[in-house]
Ligand binder design. Structure first.
Ligand code: DP6
Length: 363
């Protein structure tokens, strides 16, 4: 597939006004995307677990208008969110060549998240992927109903992931599940820089319904956005080694997924999280997104693992929150440990239990 495959032929149908609704989850990367080039293209391949409970639910109302600039309004939880509109405008600019209808409709985007707005959980992956699904849902109604390629579900999901990437790179990995690769990798068939693809090889039962409890350490807005962080990789002296390491880690995961080797999984996933934050510390200007309680949690997880031989581990995204990952067979003991020993490090004791899911769907 190339970029050209996402430019549609002239639409054959006309719709005056209608509405579409989709939900799309967040995802947590095991091998991280950190560094990009061109138009939202990743410097290395990444892989993530798609989540189930943390999701955005978006309705797109649209009404035909005469041509001209974009016309849209964004509502979060029923309230107009002018703050989001520059980001959506940038997104519309990027997707316009692939969605020629975009300046022919007046849009109202109504969205809500199942996780609290102030949780510090990035809503860009779930939000952008839900919006991309809505736009593809609308386009499928404008396209020739007899055109098999355009009406093919697989093609539409690929296009949604392609568009979601243009909104936020990690959003490309939220359309499918439970394991999604984004970024061309020589050892992963079908992988592409343009969109996410479901991991195509054998995955051991140990990874079925893998759990992720998100510990909310800091609910405040981050001091450095992901977009700025990615940009700082251009001058990071360790960038080249980091991109190579991420790709080799992804290759190593292939046999780990096949055999179900949880010890190797833990070592790789925790190392990825720490390398991500090491890149932030090695950037110029440097920055640290972890908080003291992030380290206290990591230390407790290591202590618990040593004492009990549990297969619990952690990963981090670009923030202070900790994602606690564990196989479903350990659900009871790890959730007890979180409640008794980790929740004290969370803001207001709050955390969110989640597990792997299958991606976006209509509501
Ligand atoms: C640390 O996808 O949020 O979560 O493309 O600029 O929107 P933009 O960045 P974003 O970066 C996510 C970075 C990460 C790692 C990951 O999810 O792979």
């Amino acid at each position: 597939m190339t970029i050209q495959d996402f430019i549609p032929p002239p639409y054959t149908k006309m719709i005056e006004n209608a509405s579409v609704s989709y939900q799309s989850p967040s995802n947590i990367a095991l091998v991280k995307y950190w560094g990009k080039h061109g138009e939202q293209l990743p410097q290395n391949a990444s892989i993530s677990f798609t989540l189930s409970n943390c999701k955005s639910e978006t309705t797109l109302d649209f009404k035909k208008k005469t041509k001209g600039g974009y016309d849209f309004k964004v509502y979060l939880d029923g309230h107009r969110e002018k703050e989001f509109e520059p980001k959506i405008e940038k997104f519309f600019n990027r997707v316009a060549p692939y969605l020629p209808f975009i300046n022919e409709y007046r849009f109202v985007i109504k969205t809500q998240n199942t996780f609290p707005h102030s949780s510090g959980i990035a809503s860009s992956a779930s939000g952008m992927s839900a919006l991309a699904m809505c736009l593809v849902g609308l386009e499928s109604q404008l396209n020739d109903p007899k055109n098999e390629r355009l009406q093919n579900k697989q093609y539409q999901l690929q296009k949604a992931s392609f568009l979601a990437r243009l909104g936020s790179g990690s959003a490309a990995r939220s359309i499918n599940g439970p394991l999604v690769v984004w970024g061309a990798h020589p050892k992963i068939k079908g992988s592409s820089d343009l969109f996410g693809t479901t991991y195509p090889y054998k995955v051991h039962d140990n990874f079925t319904n893998y759990h992720d409890t998100i510990l909310l350490v800091d609910k405040a807005e981050k001091q450095v956005s992901s977009t700025v962080g990615h940009d700082l990789m251009h001058n990071n002296p360790y960038a080249k080694q980091r991109f190579e390491k991420a790709n080799s880690n992804l290759e190593q995961l292939i046999s780990i997924f096949e055999t179900g080797d949880l010890d190797s999984f833990i070592a790789l996933v925790e190392s990825e999280a720490l390398q991500l934050h090491a890149m932030m510390m090695a950037s110029s200007p440097y920055f640290i997104l972890m908080k003291p309680n992030t380290l206290k949690i990591i230390d407790s997880i290591w202590g618990f693992r040593k004492a009990t031989n549990s297969k619990v581990c952690f990963t981090l995204d670009a923030g202070a929150n900790v994602h606690v990952l564990y196989p479903s067979s350990e659900k009871q003991q790890v959730q007890q440990f979180i409640k008794n020993e980790l929740s004290i490090f969370c803001k207001d004791g709050s955390y969110i239990d989640d597990f792997t899911g299958t991606g976006a769907s209509t509501i």
